[in-house]
Design a protein around this ligand. Sequence first.
Ligand SMILES: NC(=O)c1ccc[n+]([C@@H]2O[C@H](COP(=O)([O-])OP(=O)(O)OC[C@H]3O[C@@H](n4cnc5c(N)ncnc54)[C@H](O)[C@@H]3O)[C@@H](O)[C@H]2O)c1
Ligand SMILES: O=C(O)C[C@H](O)C(=O)O
Length: 322
Amino acid sequence: MGQFAAYAVSKIPFVSRLVLFGREGNEDFLEGIKLDFIDSFSALGRDVKLSASTNPGDIEGSDVVIITSGVPRSPGQDRLDLAKQNARVVAYYSKMIAGYAPDAIIMVVSNPVDVMTAVALECSGFIPSRVFGLGTHLDSMRLKSYIANHFSVHVSEVHTRIIGEHGETMVPLWSATTIGGIQVQNLPEFSSLPKDEFVECVKVAGSEIINKCGATIYGPGEAIATIVRTILGNENRILSVSAYIRSEVNDIGDVCIGVPVRINRKGVFPVPIRISEEEVSGFQRSVDRIKSITSEVLSDLKSENAEIDKKNNVVHENDLLF
Ligand SMILES: NC(=O)c1ccc[n+]([C@@H]2O[C@H](COP(=O)([O-])OP(=O)(O)OC[C@H]3O[C@@H](n4cnc5c(N)ncnc54)[C@H](O)[C@@H]3O)[C@@H](O)[C@H]2O)c1
Ligand SMILES: O=C(O)C[C@H](O)C(=O)O
């Protein structure tokens, strides 16, 4: 998925330099991807300064760094099952980014993305507006396509939003869903809209794709590129990503989770909202679930780091290979 995401990002007009970064041992693989991208740029008439690297120094000066490293889930696994394993990877790279690209904005994709966003925030030491995760943006896009299909309208006529966990407890905001600018509840067809079925389909969309072809690639890749374009173009679009909220949703907060944020070159800024009672109780459930796993993962990381520091004061690449 990281490979396709990089390709989708490389096609954004604002992108003039792109580093394909990977871990040591992958030099030939990265160089091969680079050469293939260059062929395609020639066909497209794109002029992008491209490098393939395993040297952290090469990310210096980056505006945006996207973390896609980590294990994906296998059929039958929940994204949350990956938390402990991927936390170590995301922690390592977040520290690396803080050291080599201290002015960057970090986008986390690795799952479970809400928990990994909190890990990146903690380990980079960046301010919350400069660390976010792909969150429920992809879920919102999935729901949008089901609704557009149901009403036989172009997807651009549908605005909708899912907040909360990128996972089982996600919360659809029907109150924020419009078709052609008309609130969906005001359409006569609303009562027959298979809302629960749609949300269930969004929840299992990732696992269905993984079961059938091994990985989700194009959906997340394009979703990542949309967000990068929004940042670099300073577009101030409002998208649903995983961000640290203090109390922006009905005074609920102190967690990294999917919420509507305004996105521009400075980063992501949660939009304070008030949602219905039913939506609040769903969102609270989501927050509780993410908070509890986040605090477990962060406390494990802290004790592991203390152990490593005690040993030799350095985190080695080998510490990540398990
Ligand atoms: N948030 C989303 O919507 C979304 C969408 C798709 C994938 N994902 C997540 O992104 C991650 C990657 O998914 P994928 O399908 O690209 O998987 P993949 O197996 O194709 O790629 C994973 C990459 O991570 C690297 N990696 C794995 N373990 C590592 C370690 N210990 N240290 C350093 N690098 C390591 C691998 O070398 C590989 O390049 C997974 O966690 C997946 O669940 C999230
Ligand atoms: O479902 C997954 O594990 C991958 C990703 O989170 C997705 O929703 O496509």
